[in-house]
Design a protein around this ligand. Structure first.
Ligand code: GLA
Length: 481
């Protein structure tokens, strides 16, 4: 059930900050002097700002942070996120702003479609989406980075066309897919005019596509007032990716983008969809190194890897009928029955089964702040992705070796689906700058190629902000309409 943090401007020009599951009802309570002592004494004028979250636990935490802000920080908050003049300009034109992060996966690779546990982190690289609600079911989407605009209707989306009958460009499949699946599931769909941009590198293993899906799904949820938490939002977006875009992906990326938590990793059991937030130690930096070697998930061997896992599962079921996923197979069982598999399914299943064990150990290590142990597990994961799952490439192996040889690095590995993209390293915070300079230099000396290296901060999941500006409110519907 979505929950909101909000600021109410009071007649003494100060802000009251709170959280609620229903802004409209809550505002009325404040108006009638039944909301809080503060708003009883200082009459509320209007809700001037809100942020939405997938559930009340996160909203409550966020409320604590918001309450600590100074008056000026509160005034600037909505604009504070928007980093440049251009962004401000958009914010003046559009009433809604959605921020949807990419993710880096610390551990648990290629297990999310095998019922295994994963440990992703939402990052401070994101999709920024601005939008105004329309009163019809037409969708205008401007992709600033591509300098392309498409206009869609529900019918055109069904036939994978824009309104003029042109085939959709690849990027447009993500918003179109989300609209399509939500419509098929009978959610109320409102049209919108929108534009978006992203600073998540495309095809690099940081989930740029899931971030677009979640951004549009969150926008549609807001406009349609859907009763849907962020987990369901992620499931809907995953379905869009599978059924409309055509990648048979797991739930990890959409989940992380929707549910990310600041300064924390997420532990998600993809079989039960139970999850928890695991705080990350403050003295450890997450460093991403982008090899700039792109891969395309849809056309790559991703679907093939998944098919091999399914083959392995159905064979193993002959010996152990109670298993539902590869993650249900213990290493002991695999030692017994694995020999019945053909070579490729054997290798893929071995990776999955061992990776599931590593993630469980890693979660324990994180809980006891044992980053040395966590790092060892990351190294083992990379070796397994390279040798058993065969999704690494030589340049990434080189990058990982260089990072793992560095004295300030706890562990480094390929992150995401593989076949190029990025590595993730956990590094001692105080030596992170030196680490980044060193690996850049050493990689260049080894390969003659440049990489991009940066620290990323574990961030919150998707947020929707609404700007209460009376002059342009006529086309906007908000939780307090
Ligand atoms: C891609 C998919 C995820 C997951 C990873 C590999 O990012 O979208 O579901 O399978 O690859 O761990």
């Amino acid at each position: 059930m979505p929950a909101y943090c909000y600021f109410i401007l009071c007649d003494n020009n100060a802000f009251y900050t709170g959280w609620t599951k229903n802004i409209k009802r809550r505002f009325k309570q404040h108006l009638h002097g039944k909301g809080a002592y503060y708003t009883k004494v200082h009459s509320p004028v209007e809700v001037v700002y809100w942020e939405s979250y997938g559930d009340d636990k996160i909203a409550r935490k966020r409320e604590v942070q918001l309450k600590k802000l100074t008056h000026n920080q509160k005034i600037n908050l909505s604009r504070g996120r928007l980093t440049n003049m251009c962004d401000r300009l958009y914010f003046d034109k559009y009433n809604y702003f959605v921020n949807s992060p990419g993710r880096v996966n610390l551990l648990g690779e290629h297990v999310d479609y095998n019922g295994g546990p994963v440990l992703p982190v939402a990052i401070d690289r994101s999709v920024s989406l601005w939008a105004n609600r329309r009163n019809d079911q037409q969708f205008s989407v401007n992709a600033l980075d591509m300098d392309q605009n498409v206009v869609l209707t529900l019918n055109s989306i069904e036939s994978r066309m824009d309104i003029q009958g042109n085939p959709l460009p690849d990027w447009a499949l993500y918003p179109a897919g989300v609209i399509h699946i939500a419509h098929k599931q009978n959610y109320q769909i409102n049209g919108f005019d929108s534009l978006f941009k992203s600073n998540i590198p495309i095809g690099s293993g940081l989930s740029s596509s899931a971030a677009i899906e979640i951004a549009f799904a969150a926008l549609l949820r807001e406009f349609g007032m859907w009763k849907m938490d962020n987990l369901q939002l992620a499931l809907l977006s995953q379905e869009a990716e599978q059924r409309y875009v055509g990648v048979n992906c797991g739930i990890m990326d959409q989940f992380a983008s929707a549910n990310g938590a600041a300064n924390s990793a997420l532990y998600l059991d993809t079989a039960t969809l139970q999850w928890q937030i695991l705080p990350l130690p403050k003295d450890v930096a997450i460093v991403i190194a982008d090899s700039k070697i792109k891969r395309n998930l849809a056309t790559s061997e991703y679907n093939e890897r998944r098919a091999s896992c399914e083959e392995a599962l159905s064979k193993l079921k002959e010996f152990s009928p109670s298993i539902n996923y590869l993650s249900d197979v213990s290493p002991q069982e695999f030692a017994k029955f694995g020999k019945n598999l053909a070579e490729i399914p054997y290798k893929r299943a071995k990776h999955v089964i061992e990776e599931c064990q590593r993630v469980k150990l890693a979660a324990q290590a994180l809980k006891s702040s044992n980053i040395v142990e966590f790092g060892k597990l990351m190294k083992a994961t990379h070796a397994s992705l390279r040798d058993l799952y065969e999704v690494s490439i030589p340049q990434i192996d080189t990058l990982v070796e260089i990072a793992n040889a560095h004295r300030s690095c706890f562990g480094s590995r390929l992150t995401g689906a593989g076949f190029g993209g990025c590595t993730v390293s956990l590094v001692l915070q105080e030596s992170a700058d030196k680490f980044m300079d060193d690996i850049k230099r050493d990689y260049y000396l080894n390969t003659g190629s440049e990489i991009e290296v940066y620290i990323c901060k574990a961030s919150n999941g998707v947020t929707v902000q609404w700007r209460n500006q009376t002059s342009s409110l006529t086309d906007g519907k908000s939780p307090i309409d």
